[in-house]
Design a binder for this molecule. Structure first.
Ligand code: PMP
Length: 399
C-alpha cells in the first residue's frame, strides 16, 4: 500500500501530450505541426547568432557570475525588456511601470494572477478569449482566480467575432480583468484591426475593466517589434492601469531558458514602490529568485546596439520564413482547388485551419501529420518540402 495508491493520473496537456504521441510514431515521414516552436527549413531548432555571441560574453567577459539574482531580476535586464515592449511610451509613462523578471510568459502570468488573487476583490473574474492558449485557464485556476470566456472567433466564418466579443466584454461586471493577446493571437492567428482595437479599448475604458496583456509573439506578427506592440502602447497612452506578461521564448528562441517579465502599469508613481515590494513577496514564496543565464544573455543583446540590430534582423528572418510557409500553403491548396482565404488573413506562427476533429484525426492517423485537435497548425514546423505533403493530406481529409 502507498499513500498514493488512490491517486488518479492527471490528464495529459493537450499540446505536450501531442508531442509525446509524435515522438512515439515510428513513421519516417512524420511531421510535427503541433508545438509552437520555430524550426529552420531543415526542421531543426534554431539558436540565434546574437544569442550565441551574447552567451560568449556572459561566459567570458568576467562581468557575470552565478550568484543569486535579486528577487525581481537584474534591473538592467527588466529595464531593457521594458524598452523592447513599450518602445517610446517608456519615455512618457515609464515612471509608472513596475517590471520584474519572470519565468517566461507562463511565470509572468502566474505571478500576475497570484497578485490578482491576493489584492483584487474576491469575485474578480478573468475573461479569456474563446479559443485561447489552453494554459491560461490552468494558470487562473491554479492561482484561485475565477475565469470565463468571451467570444473571439467564429468557426463558421473563419473570422473574428467582433460583435460577440464586444457583447461579452460589455456584459462582464465592471472591473473585470480582460486577458488580451498583444499580437499573433494563439491559436487563431486573427488579430483585431486598429479600428477594432480602438472599439475594444473604448469599451474596456467605459467598463473600468483591467486589461491583462499576454505578449508571447512580439515580432512574429509583422516582423517588426515596435509595430507588433502598438495595441499595448495605445492602451498605455490612454492611461490604463494594466498588466503585461512578456515572453522571450519565441522571439529570442530561448524557450527552455524561461526568460520573461511581468510589468504592472499604475496610474500613480506613488504606488510603484508598494507594487514592486508585493510582486517580490509573491516571487519569494514561489522560487526565491529567478534563473540568471537566460536573463543575462537577453540583457547583453538588448543593451548592445550591434547585437540588438542583429536580433531584429534574425527575428525578421524567422517571421519571414513563417510567412513564406503561409503563402506556399495557401498556393498549394489553391492549386488543389481549395480556396482557404482565411489562411492569408491570419498572422503569426499559427494557422487555424478550420479542420474539424475528425479531419484532424485523419491527418494524424493516416498521414502522420501532427496538429492540435482544434485544427491549429504551427507554420514554423513546415518546410518547402513538406508543404505539398500537408496540402495533399488536407485534400484527403476534406474529401
Ligand atoms: N501565451 C501564449 C499565448 C503562448 O502561446 C505561450 C507559449 N506557448 C505563452 C503565453 C507562454 O510561453 P512561455 O511560458 O514559454 O513563455
Amino acid at each position: 500500500a502507498s499513500l498514493f495508491s488512490e491517486l488518479p493520473e492527471a490528464p495529459l496537456d493537450p499540446i505536450l501530450g501531442l508531442n509525446q504521441q509524435f515522438l512515439a510514431d515510428p513513421s519516417p515521414n512524420k511531421i510535427n505541426l503541433g508545438v509552437g516552436a520555430y524550426r529552420t527549413e531543415e526542421g531543426k531548432p534554431l539558436i540565434l547568432n546574437c544569442v550565441k555571441k551574447a552567451e560568449e560574453i556572459v561566459d567570458n567577459s568576467g562581468k557575470f557570475n552565478k550568484e543569486y539574482l535579486p528577487i525581481d531580476g537584474p534591473a538592467d535586464f527588466y529595464n531593457a525588456s521594458q524598452k523592447t515592449l513599450f518602445g517610446d511610451t517608456v519615455a512618457t509613462h515609464g515612471d509608472k511601470f513596475v517590471s520584474v523578471q519572470a519565468l517566461s510568459g507562463t511565470g509572468a502570468l502566474r505571478i500576475g494572477m497570484e497578485f490578482v488573487k491576493k489584492f483584487f476583490p474576491k469575485d474578480t473574474t478573468v475573461y479569456i478569449s474563446d479559443p485561447t492558449w489552453p494554459n491560461h485557464k490552468n494558470i487562473c485556476t491554479a492561482a484561485g482566480v475565477p475565469w470565463k470566456n468571451y467570444r473571439y472567433y467564429s468557426r463558421q466564418k473563419n473570422a473574428l467575432d467582433m460583435a460577440g466579443l464586444l457583447e461579452d466584454i460589455s456584459a462582464a461586471p465592471d472591473r473585470s480583468i480582460i486577458l488580451l493577446h498583444v499580437c499573433a493571437h494563439n491559436p487563431t492567428g486573427m488579430d483585431p484591426t486598429p479600428d477594432q482595437w480602438n472599439d475594444i479599448a473604448n469599451l474596456i475604458q467605459k467598463k473600468n475593466h483591467i486589461p491583462f496583456f499576454d505578449c508571447a509573439y512580439q515580432g512574429f506578427a509583422s516582423g517588426d517589434l515596435d509595430r507588433d506592440a502598438e495595441p499595448l502602447k495605445d492602451f498605455v497612452r490612454r492611461g490604463f492601469e494594466l498588466f503585461v506578461a512578456q515572453s522571450f521564448a519565441k522571439n529570442f528562441g530561448l524557450y527552455g531558458e524561461r526568460v520573461g517579465t511581468l510589468t504592472v502599469v499604475t496610474a500613480q508613481t506613488q504606488t510603484v514602490k508598494a507594487l514592486r515590494s508585493q510582486l517580490k513577496s509573491i516571487i519569494r514564496a514561489n522560487y526565491s529568485s529567478p534563473p540568471a543565464h537566460g536573463a543575462y544573455v537577453t540583457q547583453v543583446v538588448l543593451t548592445d546596439e550591434k547585437l540588438l540590430r542583429e536580433w531584429k534582423e534574425e527575428l525578421k528572418g524567422m517571421a519571414g520564413r513563417i510567412l513564406d510557409m503561409r503563402v506556399k500553403l495557401y498556393e498549394a491548396l489553391k492549386q488543389r482547388g481549395i480556396h482557404w482565404e482565411h489562411v492569408m488573413k491570419q498572422i503569426g506562427m499559427f494557422s487555424y485551419t478550420g479542420l474539424n476533429p475528425e479531419q484532424v484525426q485523419i491527418l494524424i492517423q493516416k498521414h502522420h501529420i501532427y496538429l492540435t485537435g482544434d485544427g491549429r497548425i504551427s507554420l514554423a514546423g513546415l518546410s518547402t518540402r513538406t508543404v505539398p505533403i500537408l496540402a495533399d493530406a488536407i485534400v484527403d481529409a476534406l474529401t
